[in-house]
Design a protein around this ligand. Structure first.
Ligand code: CAO
Length: 576
């Protein structure tokens, strides 16, 4: 016999009007009892609501973005078994709804997420009004028994603000942060990652200082009372650290979880950019050793979905994605020391100047490319004596046109010819495939007052030297004036970085991902070159070709660079 039953949001601790952030099933799906149906989230906690029974989803009654509360109908289920009334069954089966699961209200409702959620020991020195100790304990989070500490967000000696998250606890279906009841300095930590905690477990000892101390000590221990306390006003959404994010690494056979805050401090990312994911996705990521901080979320509000984690792992395995986020116990993951913190002012006067927006953006890209692409640089020289004469001649002839031909225009033309001969240099890695492009869009690095940008000359194969010179000079001027549009910096297939106008004998240009090679050009100089019978003065141009060794073999790179040199030495070859 087939029954249709309504599956409703169970008692999740007066979790009022909380947002549905994921719907994990579709109409027509066959589901098992206990299978998660939706994820709901407040500002401090997220949890999954499981099915009360198995059956087939007849109709879905909620969608992402809906606000739900106890009793909201999630779906209609065609159940093969005779059912108890849905509500009762849910109440019996739903791990979130029963008293063993967190009452999300205690840490989720921003109106009550404040200091009143922690019970405090009476302050022994409260009468002084200046300094006292308080033990911050796990508040009543709905008889959330023996739940694991997955993150400790503060250290001994840290100053913490009231409302600042101290630890994150997580069951298999829910996670939440426990905020501090008041501000002060962490005297001693009583928990560590991996500990099991319950209501009343001591988190830390706080040295509460300042005039607020005495007042705080009088604050009621119960959430309900605290909500009326002035100091437990809801914290503005964007002031709060987002509750998500973690990195993990295997260490001596044990999983070591790294606080997302620490991870991001190293990253210099603001707390509001911490990754956002539901408990099951976080668990999934942890099982795979994926650092969620490096996964791009495709869900609403950039939430990281299970598919994003899968895609990330696929790319990492294929070697094309942000693979450094996958921890590997055998030393395969990138584990480096924290950035040294030095008080430079101790050694002399200093001035602190924020990086420009371009520097921050290009820095992040350069860093990723340097870390993720196995770079090798092949250095060679081209005899450009004749080409330089031709360039000067052309510039004399074109003096009136106002277009100045620089060596870079010839280099672009020569590179296109070399790319046609060696197509794997005009390509990108896509998983196990090499995408060979049949167009030639050449980027060139331009130095601007705000930092490095790489405008792109499209279809360079279809343009003559004068056109290239004109376009390059236009783009370089726009770059210097900060007027390049994003479209003018996209779609490049190969890049050139010329420092020839400045100096140097060679350098290692960083590949501009997802391209697979870049040519660095240094300053040409007159050199004695042996012609078989005598030394001749020749103008030699240093060429530094960095290539992605996953795609390009050393021999191919040497051939490319040598061929480029031949073309520049005898530009007539371009026509061949
Ligand atoms: N050897 C010797 N002289 C060179 C030369 C070379 N390889 N390349 C250019 N020059 C000369 C030019 O002929 C010009 O001299 P004249 O004024 O006497 O004619 C002078 O140097 C200045 O050239 P330029 O730099 O203005 O022109 P360009 O076409 O060579 O470069 C541009 C244009 C936009 C690429 C350049 O201005 C620039 O920004 N370069 C810096 C790129 C950079 O920062 N790269 C590093 C990135 S990190 O990998």
């Amino acid at each position: 016999m087939s029954n249709v039953v309504e599956v409703k949001v169970p008692d999740i601790g007066d979790f009022e009007n909380v947002e549905v952030i994921e719907v994990l099933i579709s109409e027509g799906d066959t589901i098992e009892a206990e299978q998660s149906l939706i994820t709901v989230e407040s500002d401090k906690a997220s949890m999954e609501i499981p099915a009360s029974a198995s059956g087939k989803v007849k109709s879905l009654k909620v969608k992402v973005g809906d606000k739900v509360h106890e009793g909201s109908v999630i779906l209609e289920l065609e159940s093969a078994q005779a059912q108890k009334p849905a509500d009762k069954k849910e109440a019996e089966n739903a791990p979130k709804a029963d008293p063993d699961e967190p009452k999300a209200d205690s840490a989720s409702d921003s109106n009550t997420a404040g200091s009143g959620q922690q019970e405090r020991e009476p302050a022994p020195q409260a009468s002084s009004g200046t300094s006292r100790s308080a033990t911050v304990v796990i508040p009543d989070i709905g008889d959330f028994d023996e739940v694991e500490v997955i993150e400790v967000l503060v250290n001994e000696g840290d100053s913490v603000e009231a409302e600042q998250s101290l630890i994150t606890v997580e069951s298999d279906k829910a996670s939440m942060e426990i905020p501090s009841s008041e501000s002060g300095t962490v005297k001693s930590l009583k928990v560590k990652v991996g500990d099991k905690v319950s209501k009343g477990t001591e988190i830390l000892e706080l040295a509460v200082t300042g005039s607020g101390g005495a007042k705080s000590s009088e604050a009621p221990a119960k959430a309900s009372e605290a909500s009326s306390n002035e100091e437990s006003k809801p914290v503005e959404q964007d002031e709060k650290p987002e509750p998500r994010g973690e990195a993990s690494a295997e260490e001596s056979g044990q999983t070591r979880r790294v606080s997302p805050t620490q991870a991001f401090e190293e990253d210099k990312r603001p707390l509001r950019d911490l990754p956002h994911a539901s408990p099951s996705v976080r668990k999934f990521a942890r099982e795979l050793g994926v650092n969620l901080a490096q996964v791009k979320g495709s869900g609403p509000k950039s939430r990281i979905l299970a598919d994003d984690v899968r895609q990330f792992v696929k790319q990492a395995v294929a070697g094309t994605g942000a693979g450094t986020g996958v921890a590997s116990g055998a030393g395969g993951g990138l584990q480096v020391l924290a950035w040294p913190k030095v008080d430079f002012a101790k050694f002399g006067p200093v001035e602190s100047k924020p990086l420009s927006r371009i520097k921050k953006l290009s820095g992040a890209n350069l860093h990723r490319n340097w870390v993720m692409i196995p770079h090798v640089t092949n250095n060679d020289e081209a005899d450009i004596t004749d080409l330089e004469s031709l360039r000067k001649e052309l510039n004399k002839e074109n003096e009136k046109s106002g277009v100045k031909v620089t060596m870079l225009a010839f280099l672009i033309k020569a590179c296109v010819a070399a790319l046609k001969k060696f197509p794997e240099f005009n390509a990108s890695l896509d998983g196990d495939n090499l995408v060979l492009k049949q167009y030639y869009h050449i980027g060139f690095a331009a130095d601007t007052p705000n930092g490095l940008v790489v405008p792109v000359i499209r279809d360079a194969d279809q343009k003559g030297i004068l056109d290239l010179a004109r376009e390059m000079s236009d783009l370089a001027a726009q770059a210097r004036d900060g007027k390049l549009s994003p479209a003018q910096m996209q779609g490049g297939t190969f890049s050139i970085s010329s420092l020839g106008g400045i100096g140097g004998t060679d350098f290692t240009p960083i590949i501009n991902a997802p391209e697979v090679a870049i040519l660095g050009v240094s300053r040409s100089s007159m050199q004695p070159v042996w012609d078989g019978s005598a030394f001749q003065p020749r103008l030699m141009l240093p060429l530094s070709l960095s290539y992605d060794h996953r795609v390009i073999d050393g021999a191919a790179a040497a051939r490319f660079n040598a061929y480029l040199g031949q073309l520049l030495s005898d530009f007539r070859r371009i026509a061949l």
